[in-house]
Design a protein around this ligand. Structure first.
Ligand code: ADP
Ligand code: ADP
Length: 232
């Protein structure tokens, strides 16, 4: 069952006289519960694709169907609703709030969702503990290593139980050991929690943690294959 379906998606940017084809006729399907890397060099269209998959932007032409819903006919309010319900984002620079502790950062999306305090704390604590962060619940981001901050950010993305985790260069700011730890956590989330994970990276070693690899170049899909290395 495909949870992400793009059909003939194009995204054009107008730069004065010139038209930049950031995505040029992209057709792809991503299965529910799969772990997919989207890999390509800088400028190949990865962020544009991520923004469309994450309902942060819409195609110039073509259709994007997310979990059976055609997003091309949605207005901004509908897009933001579907985004908040279906997708958890993980970024290169963590985007944690510096004045909140680890557990408060993870709790935050549940405050917006109207979940009562005791339930929020329990969910945030359990997630952080499952990521080996049980002894860091009350640390502020500045007191955590990069890898630890990214684990907090992953817990925050997961706490609202989204269908899909979209991770944009999640290890881009980490040394290789911390990067491996973060990738192992994403693998665990895929295997144990059955979350669909879409990872954007330019790093082949990181891309290989996924089971499926989509290669993009100049806005076009140029390869799609299974990876064989297994780390978990
Ligand atoms: P990547 O994430 O792989 O580096 P991007 O999706 O950011 O690639 O960019 C793809 C292409 O689209 C590049 O040529 C980039 O310069 C262009 N592009 C991206 N965003 C914009 C924008 N807002 N306006 C104009 N051109 C853009
Ligand atoms: P790594 O070895 O992954 O690079 P660091 O050297 O940054 O990690 O941190 C090692 C340990 O020290 C981590 O467990 C982290 O929580 C703790 N730590 C780092 N900076 C601070 C700080 N400013 N205050 C309290 N604890 C810190």
């Amino acid at each position: 069952l495909a949870v992400i379906v793009l059909k003939n998606v194009c995204k054009y940017y107008k730069m004065g006289e010139e038209i930049v084809k950031a995505l040029d006729d992209v057709t792809l399907e991503i299965e529910k519960g799969s772990f997919t890397s989207i890999m390509g060099p800088s400028g190949s269209g990865k962020s544009t694709l991520m923004n469309i998959i994450g309902c942060l932007d819409v195609p110039t032409s073509g259709t994007y169907i997310l979990d059976g819903m055609d997003t091309s006919k949605m207005d901004d309010d509908q897009l933001s609703m579907i985004r908040n319900r279906k997708i958890g984002f993980v970024f290169q620079y963590y985007n944690l709030l510096p004045k909140l502790t680890a557990i408060e950062n993870v709790e935050l999306p549940l405050i917006y969702a109207g979940v009562p305090k005791s339930k929020r704390l329990k969910a945030a604590r359990e997630l952080l503990e499952s990521m080996g962060m049980g002894s860091r619940l009350y640390h502020y981001p500045s007191q955590l290593s990069g890898g630890q901050q990214q684990r907090v950010a992953i817990a925050r993305a997961l706490v609202v139980n989204p269908e899909i985790i979209l991770a944009d260069e999640p290890t881009g700011n980490l040394d290789s050991r911390s990067g491996e730890e973060v990738m192992k956590i994403l693998s665990m989330i895929n295997e144990k929690e059955k979350k669909t994970i879409v990872l954007i990276t330019h790093d082949m070693k990181i891309a290989n943690y996924a089971r499926n690899l989509i290669k993009i170049s100049d806005g076009k899909i140029v390869g799609q294959e299974e990876t064989y290395e297994k780390y978990v």
